[in-house]
Write a protein that binds this ligand. Structure first.
Ligand code: NI
Length: 156
C-alpha cells in the first residue's frame, strides 16, 4: 500500500527516528509499502521518516541510474566507516523542486539488518554511498536543505 510522503517543512521530517528492536511482520509490511511508495514517486531512496514512521528503516534502488544495482532495504542502518569526500547533485522526494550540490563521503561501510532481520554489511562507493548517507540523514532528522553548501564531515 502506498503511503503519503511528507514534504518540507513538515516538522516530523526533523525528528530523529528510533531503532527497531526486531524485524517482524509489521516492519516487513512497512518495507513493502516504502518500496511501492518510492517506485510510484520515481525515487531511488526513501526513509521511513518521510512516510511519517519514526523508525530506523530505509529502502533504496539505484537501478534507474546503475542498472546492475539491486533493491536494498536496511533496518537500523549505521555508518561504521567512511572515506574521502565527493560533491554531487541531490534531490529529495520530501523537498520537491529543489536540487543542490551536497558534499558527502565518497565511500562508506554501512551495517544493519535486511528485511529478514539478517545482519548485513555494505561497502558503498559513488551514488550508492551518496544515497545511503542521504537516507540515513533522514533518520537523524537532517534534510537536503540542511546539507546544501555544508561540509560533509558534520554530523548532527
Ligand atoms: Ni530525501
Amino acid at each position: 500500500m502506498q503511503r503519503r510522503i511528507l514534504t518540507y517543512p513538515d516538522p516530523f521530517l526533523s525528528k530523529r527516528a528510533v531503532p527497531v528492536p526486531g524485524v517482524d511482520g509489521k516492519i516487513r509490511e512497512l518495507v513493502r509499502d516504502m518500496f511501492e511508495t518510492m517506485y510510484a514517486a520515481n525515487g531511488i531512496g526513501l526513509a521511513a521518516t518521510q512516510v511519517g514512521v519514526g523508525k530506523r528503516v530505509i529502502v533504496l534502488d539505484i537501478s534507474p541510474v546503475e542498472e546492475t544495482a539491486a533493491p536494498l532495504a536496511l533496518v537500523n542502518p549505521e555508518i561504521v566507516a567512511k572515506q574521502g569526500q565527493a560533491e554531487g547533485v541531490e534531490g529529495c522526494l520530501s523537498v520537491p523542486g529543489v536540487e543542490g550540490m551536497v558534499c558527502r563521503h565518497e565511500s562508506v561501510v554501512v551495517r544493519g539488518w535486511n528485511e529478514n532481520g539478517d545482519p548485513v554489511s555494505i561497502e558503498a562507493h559513488g551514488l550508492l554511498s551518496r544515497v545511503l548517507q542521504h537516507e540515513i540523514d533522514h533518520l537523524d532528522g537532517i534534510l537536503l536543505v540542511d546539507r546544501l553548501a555544508a561540509p560533509a564531515a558534520s554530523s548532527k
